[in-house]
Ligand binder design. Structure first.
Ligand SMILES: Nc1ncnc2c1ncn2[C@@H]1O[C@H](COP(=O)(O)OP(=O)(O)OP(=O)(O)O)[C@@H](O)[C@H]1O
Ligand SMILES: CC(C)(CO)[C@@H](O)C(=O)[O-]
Ligand code: BAL
Length: 285
């Protein structure tokens, strides 16, 4: 039988295990996920292992961060396979609550981050970041880890999480994990599984077009012209719509006119009903 990482399903059982580790003086890390694990998730487990002794991977498809008509029902749920994949990593425990356990007291309280959530994913998916901030707050308080890690693939999400953790004085170190790509450069994502072969080929051009944008602005191109050119190229490549291609300050996520500090291009393009996210660093000149 293939090895599998053990799972707990209640906050009580999670806390009992984490308390036991802490009594032994061990440092605990948390890797929040929605499951359907791929090598991007596994890289987060390996990265946090450098900072902690025991690692909890949470698997919870959080209904409150999905909007009306989004893919909550269709989102892949593959817990048995996920736990086998984790057996080849330093992960110690899976926390896989159901919705009734996660929201066992109801859902009267919400964590909202102002400002940072106005644009990009916040504008495209109204209410999304309230759902993310609330469930991540709950996961952090349920587990009380020393460190938690989130991927740079969801770059705005990472900024939002850093912000409320600081604002609310939650005693946890937040780590960012590098964006992991497939062999053709497509950002690894659970939602890539929705793409058919033709769509998958188009998706592979996303990162190529963003790399061209980064090269152009690094060579001095006007930022708005470069964003528009990238958006046009995405549509020519076969994407059905471009939600945004925006060059922002890497920390504040404010839209900038010149690259004087570290910057980031954030982009979302759609193929059919699948939204693909990508982002890349742009060094200050
Ligand atoms: N390619 C990747 N590189 C680095 N981190 C990643 C990557 N994909 C996902 N992550 C991170 O894994 C964590 C869990 O993400 P999630 O379970 O939503 O996976 P996902 O692949 O982003 O799924 P989807 O894009 O379909 O929502 C998040 O912190 C996310 O940023
Ligand atoms: C952080 C997270 C696990 C919260 O549900 C989710 O938004 C994700 O998988 O990126
Ligand atoms: N990875 C971000 C979670 C979401 O798309 O809902």
């Amino acid at each position: 039988m293939t090895a599998s990482v053990p799972a707990v399903r209640t906050v009580e059982d999670l806390r009992a295990q984490v308390h036991a580790w802490k009594r032994e003086g061990l440092r605990v890390g948390l890797v929040p996920t929605m499951g359907a694990l791929h090598h991007g998730h596994l890289s987060l487990v390996n990265a946090i292992a450098e900072k902690v002794d025991r690692i909890v991977v949470s698997i919870f498809v959080n209904p409150t961060q999905f909007g009306e008509g989004e893919d909550f029902d269709a989102y892949p749920r593959t817990e048995a396979e996920d736990r086998k994949k984790l057996a080849d990593t330093p992960a110690s425990l899976v926390f896989a609550p159901n919705g009734a356990e996660m929201y066992r007291t109801g859902h009267a309280s919400t964590v909202t981050v102002a400002g940072l959530t106005d644009r990009f994913e916040g504008a495209s998916r109204p209410g999304h970041f309230d759902g993310v901030a609330t469930v991540v707050t709950k996961l952090l308080l349920q587990c009380l880890p020393d460190v938690a890690i989130f991927g740079e693939k969801d770059y705005q999400q990472l900024a939002v999480i850093r912000r409320f953790v600081a604002d609310l004085d939650i005693p946890v170190e937040i780590m960012g994990g590098a964006l992991i790509r497939e062999s053709d450069g497509l950002a690894a994502s659970s939602r890539n599984a929705y793409l058919n072969a033709e769509e998958r080929a188009i998706a592979g051009k996303f990162n190529v077009i963003l790399k061209e944008l980064v090269a152009d602005v690094s060579a001095g191109a006007d930022l708005r012209t470069a964003e528009q050119a990238a958006s046009d190229k995405l549509l020519e490549a076969g994407f059905k719509a471009v939600d945004y291609v925006s060059i922002v300050d890497a920390n504040s996520l404010e839209i900038i006119d010149k690259i004087t500090t570290p910057a980031r291009v954030l982009a979302v393009a759609r193929i059919g009903s699948v939204r693909l996210l990508d982002n890349m660093a742009i060094e200050a000149r």
